[in-house]
Design a protein around this ligand. Structure first.
Ligand code: SF4
Length: 621
């Protein structure tokens, strides 16, 4: 709740709306305590008194009734009716939407066609027709306003529910034997509730306006009862001669509607889970850089990461995702980066091209040199020209990286045209050539397929083709085979191996699988808690791991035909990144940990190309 309020009040307009509406609510809820005149007592001798007249702060109306008293009583009534109408419309509309969206098929068709028929009428005419049928009165106006807004909620919530009803967690609930009612109440409703709250917060103001409109026409509250609409209606004949009688309720309607809408927008933003981890702003085009001092170049490698520090600033927490990582690759070389989930592998890879989302990501130190040029803090245009052109990425899930509504040929063409001005025919020919390069059979016809018409392995090949589109010097592959079955994985690895040999590509291959590293990589760097803990030629590390963590990671890999042996899982969990223990971060999980391991900085040491960060390594390097 406190996180929600913090996010809500970070939006200044929402905070202003909240303050105004709270002030109005406090006033109208304390009417019995205020020294007000009776709102319905007429005094014809005091007609149309101007504001600040003695005894009448806002003046009087055409019957001499105190305007301040009528304003506060009328506001209370209008707010109550508007909020009640919003609650009723939200409850009925959401129930209809969830019912239609969850059951789908014919049920959905019948229910939603009924909703469509309601929506086909101009809503104000429908509201007038309902009040005409039921008779004038505030309660009937409330029913009419709620009824005309039911389709709005039904349509919105049905759309959300249709998407949720096909999701895996709902299937899992069905498989667990849950009934429809329980699935709706425990699986769907909690997911839909934020949307209902958001829709309500943005429509309350609108319903107050509609109720005021009906009262203005004499169909809502009846004399002498005051609400904001009826006050406006009664004042319209004196609009020119005594404008204050219209301005007072008009201004109150304006304040209520604007403040509720501002608050509603703030509630919508604060409830959006994607915005909770960062500020209420769009991510920057490149990662924010706040580093102190330059890092001098130390190698002439094609790509060199030097003492890189990347943090996530979430509220008061500073999560050190990458903590002084140094890596380098030469042309034609494949470097494996391995470690458990959360060890900082992907953040290191994304930091290279300034792709870590900011907020909350911040690069706080180090350098990334591509052909000698430091990319950290480089202008956006310079990074944009290199992204996909000189340094390309292959991501883990091809289905989420490919656009579902565009053919793969169009997406390849887009990747090519971002950096090359080829004609349409040349681009198509290049797209087909790329699909051939990644061994997609019948590339000429498959170029017109949509991503959903391809298998997972094919889609991943398209991802590789997109990465190759501009013949980059470096490819950063972030777990590109994790989601694939072993036969397709072997094909993709052999394809990447061929490509680097044919084209002299440098590859940084991020994985958590030592089997994959053994198959493809010349060298491997092992990461733990945002740091490199061991690095060396792949075979040397596999044959004789020096860091206890590396040894245990290798012991977790099952060996085909290796006989029966116990697969030793690593006990415990990786440390929390904003509360790293002093000394060795692996100490709480290490069976060799000594007192000295928990004190001071432990350097990465050893001969060139074979280093380890451990005081008591498994073997001397
Ligand atoms: S430094 Fe100590 S605790 Fe850390 S891995 Fe080495 S032996 Fe284990």
């Amino acid at each position: 709740m406190s996180a929600f309020l913090t996010l809500l009040f970070r939006n200044r307009l929402a905070a202003l709306g909240a303050v105004v509406i709270m002030a109005i609510l406090i006033l109208v809820l304390n009417i019995p305590l205020l020294p007000l005149h009776d709102p319905d007592v007429t005094a014809t001798a005091d007609r149309f008194m101007r504001p600040f007249a003695e005894g009448h702060l806002l003046g009087t109306d055409h019957l001499g009734r105190d305007l301040l008293s009528r304003l506060l009583h009328g506001t209370r009534l209008s707010l109550a009716v508007g909020i009640a109408a919003a609650l009723i419309a939200a409850a009925i509309g959401s129930a209809i939407g969830i019912f239609a969206g969850y059951f789908g098929g014919r049920t959905d068709n019948i229910v939603m066609r009924g909703v469509d028929m309601l929506m086909a009428f101009p809503y104000i005419l429908l509201a007038l027709a309902i009040v005409a049928a039921l008779g004038p009165g505030l309660m009937n106006a409330l029913i009419a306003v709620a009824a005309v807004n039911v389709p709005f909620f039904a349509r919105n919530i049905r759309g959300i529910t249709v998407g949720l009803a096909g999701r895996e967690f709902v299937d899992a609930a069905r498989l667990a034997g849950m009934g429809h009612t329980r699935i709706v109440l425990t699986e769907l409703l909690p997911n839909v509730l934020p949307v209902i709250v958001i829709a309500m917060s943005t429509t309350v103001g609108w319903m107050i306006l509609e109720t005021a409109g009906l009262s203005f026409l004499g169909l809502g509250s009846q004399p002498p009862q005051a609400d904001l609409g009826s006050m406006l209606g009664e004042a319209r004949s004196a609009m020119i001669s005594h404008p204050h009688t219209s301005i007072v309720p008009g201004l109150m309607i304006f304040l209520i509607v604007v403040s509720i809408n501002l608050l509603g927008d703030g509630v919508r933003d604060a409830l959006d889970p994607r915005l909770r981890s960062g500020a209420l702003s769009r991510p920057r085009a490149t990662t924010l850089v706040k580093r102190h001092g330059d890092v001098p170049p130390t190698t002439d490698d094609l790509l060199a990461i030097q003492d890189l520090h990347t943090e996530f600033h979430v509220g008061k927490r500073n999560l050190r995702a990458v903590d002084g990582v140094s890596l380098a690759v030469k042309p034609g070389e494949c470097l494996g980066v391995i470690g458990e989930s959360g060890s900082g592998k992907s953040v290191t890879a994304l930091s290279v091209m300034g792709l870590v989302a900011s907020p909350p990501g911040v690069i706080t130190g180090g350098a990334v040199r591509f052909q000698g040029e430091d990319l950290i803090g480089a202008p956006y245009e310079s990074l944009r020209q290199k992204r996909g052109d000189r340094v390309a990425y292959i991501f883990q899930d091809p289905l989420s990286t490919l656009h579902p509504l565009y053919r793969v040929g169009q997406q390849l063409a887009e990747a090519i045209r971002s950096h090359d001005s080829l004609s349409k025919a040349e681009t198509r020919a290049r797209a087909i050539e790329l699909l051939n390069d990644v061994r997609i059979p019948n590339a000429k016809s498959r170029v017109d397929d949509y991503p959903h018409e391809m298998s997972g392995g094919m889609r991943q090949r398209v991802g590789i083709a997109m990465a190759l589109a501009n013949e980059p010097d470096v490819i950063i592959a972030d777990e590109p085979t994790t989601a694939l079955d072993v036969t397709v994985q072997a094909q993709i690895l052999s394809l990447l191996d061929d490509l680097r040999r044919e084209r002299g590509l440098a590859i940084i291959f991020i994985t958590h699988d030592f089997g994959v590293v053994a198959q493809l990589c010349d060298r491997v760097a092992v990461m733990y808690a945002g740091r490199i803990v061991e690095e060396g030629p792949t075979q040397a590390v596999l044959d004789a791991p020096a860091h206890p963590y590396t040894k245990r990671l290798i012991a977790c890999v099952p060996e085909l035909g290796g006989g029966r042996r116990e697969l030793a899982a690593i006990p415990g969990l990786p440390p929390v990144l904003d509360d790293l223990p002093s000394g060795c971060a692996f100490a709480p999980r290490c069976n060799k940990a000594a007192k000295s391991c928990r004190q001071g900085e432990i350097p990465l040491q050893g001969p060139a190309l074979r280093t380890v960060r451990c005081l008591f390594p498994e073997r001397t390097l």
